[in-house]
Design a protein around this ligand. Structure first.
Ligand code: PEP
Ligand code: MN
Length: 336
């Protein structure tokens, strides 16, 4: 980290700043210039608050030369992380597909979809029990009953389950859930992230509606800083000026994350586009850019779905997508 001092900084003010850095446990390199001087801070600066430094009257600017995230950073963990979930592996030569309805609606619905997506090659069953809806009048999910139904579908099919948590006070209800999803709207719910950092379950961390990749990495860092290193990123599209698709899929986030981090990355083309016919081409694109898997919404009868029916695939459409994805992923040397 480099601190640039204002031209008028006095010796006394400069010494005071250098002493405060020493008191924080940092060493530094001070370089006296003709116009202005700079201080290069040596060591792990991830815990330094740059805004606090900028508030000092003699500081004209602060530049980070290393990233503010450490645990999620590939520099400190060069090997790809592999997440082990109930006998399945995410990352390392595998391409994992998570499929299921947007929300759990009934026993018949979730078991029927679970059986169908399993037959087509999905490794995980998804289904929301706590739904983050824009309208308070829309279906909010079956809550604890929805989680029970997911567990029944797991018992019936053997598929591990992925479901969203919206509030840390619900964590006890999630003890038999295999992967806990943090939805886009909660990517920066820091109290929730801190609590999930204290559990040992894999966390599927969706990208926020309008968040940068660095902010997303910092959210992963929140979870990891608590001791839980089982984090999986999920690109689900971001808000842009475009209105043809529900969101704009940012496939470049996949190679960027792979470069900056060691954590697995999956892609959710359902929420990214909101359009069923776009799921196939974008699923294939996700394989091509190096994603570790997909999350796809599938409903036994999309017309009657209580949430996101318009973007859901029928089991038959999903089966078709899976055949294409499987062929491509296997061509890339990955096990589906
Ligand atoms: C979901 O997975 O159903 C969901 C609500 O996703 P997102 O948080 O990406 O909108
Ligand atoms: Mn949905």
């Amino acid at each position: 980290m480099i601190i640039i001092l204002k031209p008028g900084a006095t010796e006394e003010q400069t010494t005071e700043l250098l002493t405060s850095l020493e008191n924080m446990g940092f060493s530094y390199h001070f370089s006296q210039g003709v116009e202005s001087s700079i201080i290069g801070i040596i060591g792990d600066t991830s815990k330094i608050d740059t805004d606090m430094l900028c508030a000092n009257e003699i500081v004209s600017g602060v530049r980070r030369v290393s990233e503010p995230y450490k645990l999620a950073n590939r520099k400190f963990h060069p090997v790809d992380s592999i997440i082990q979930v109930s006998g399945n592996t995410i990352g390392e030569g595998t391409f994992s597909v998570i499929a299921g309805p947007c929300s759990v609606e009934s026993e018949e619905q979730i078991i029927s979809v679970a059986k169908d997506v399993k037959k087509s090659g999905a490794r995980f069953l998804r289904g929301g029990a706590f739904k983050p809806r824009t309208s308070p009048y829309a279906f909010q999910g079956l809550h604890a009953d929805g989680l029970k139904l997911l567990l029944e579908a797991k018992k019936e099919t053997g598929l591990p389950i992925v479901t969203e948590i919206m509030n840390q006070t619900h964590l006890d209800l999630f003890s038999d859930v295999d992967i806990i999803q943090v939805g886009a709207r909660n990517m920066q719910n820091f109290e929730l992230l801190k609590e999930l950092g204290r559990c040992d379950k894999p966390i599927l961390l969706k990208r926020g509606l309008a968040n940068t990749i660095e902010e997303w990495l910092m959210s992963a860092e929140y979870i990891m800083a608590g001791g839980n290193t089982n984090v999986i990123f999920c690109e689900r599209g971001i808000r842009t000026f475009e209105t043809v698709t529900r969101n704009t899929i940012d496939l470049s986030a996949v190679p960027v994350l792979k470069k900056l981090s060691h954590l697995p990355v999956i892609v959710d083309p359902s929420h990214a586009t909101g359009i069923p016919w776009m799921i196939e081409p974008l699923s294939k694109a996700a394989v091509a850019v190096g994603a570790d898997g997909l999350m796809i919404e599938v409903h036994n009868n999309p017309k009657t779905a209580l949430c996101d029916g318009a973007q859901s695939l029928t089991p038959m459409q999903f089966d078709h997508v899976m055949q294409k994805v499987k062929a491509l992923a296997e061509f890339e040397g990955k096990k589906v």
